[in-house]
Design a protein around this ligand. Structure first.
Ligand SMILES: [Zn+2]
Length: 152
């Protein structure tokens, strides 16, 4: 399975890769291009970027995936067609906030505000304690993932 790191400009795409189940780091702190590149190589991640400067750092494109378009739908298509990304790889198996794999958990005894009464399946993130459940929000995300995967 490919692993990715997204620079800040493509952080939204990075969240979607996590939603699809891919191990994806997102650069949040200001780092020099060289540092980002070296980190990607070290962690064996493909570096997804809109920054043309990376073309000179990695002319053979061993590590850098340069997004050509401005639109996220085009990015999704590019990753699918050229990098073999499966947008329905393992949906909702990773924390969108911090990238850790979710762990299945029992429903909380008292539902925090905002969680619908009929929510059934729950996961929690071992790193950031985020609670996650299937519902209308995941249905919306899933239909987006399906649309990208089917190419429509
Ligand atoms: Zn988390």
């Amino acid at each position: 399975m490919k692993k990715f790191v997204c620079d800040k400009m493509c952080s939204e795409l990075g969240k979607w890769l996590r939603a699809a189940g891919y191990d994806t780091d997102i650069i949040q702190t200001p780092l020099e291009d060289e540092e980002i590149f070296n980190k990607a190589v070290e962690e064996e991640r493909f570096l997804i970027t809109r920054d043309k400067d990376f073309k000179t750092i990695d002319p053979d494109k061993q590590t850098v995936i340069y997004l050509r378009s401005e639109a996220i739908d085009d990015w999704a298509r590019q990753l699918k067609v050229e990098e073999g990304v499966d947008w329905l790889f393992r949906p909702f198996s990773r924390c969108l906030q911090c990238n850790s794999p979710f762990e299945k958990t029992a429903p909380p005894s008292e539902f925090p505000e905002g969680i619908p009464e009929d929510a059934e399946e729950f996961w929690s993130c071992p790193s950031c304690d985020q609670l996650f459940w299937l519902g209308s929000h995941t249905e919306r995300m899933e239909s987006q993932l399906k649309a990208w995967q089917s190419g429509s």
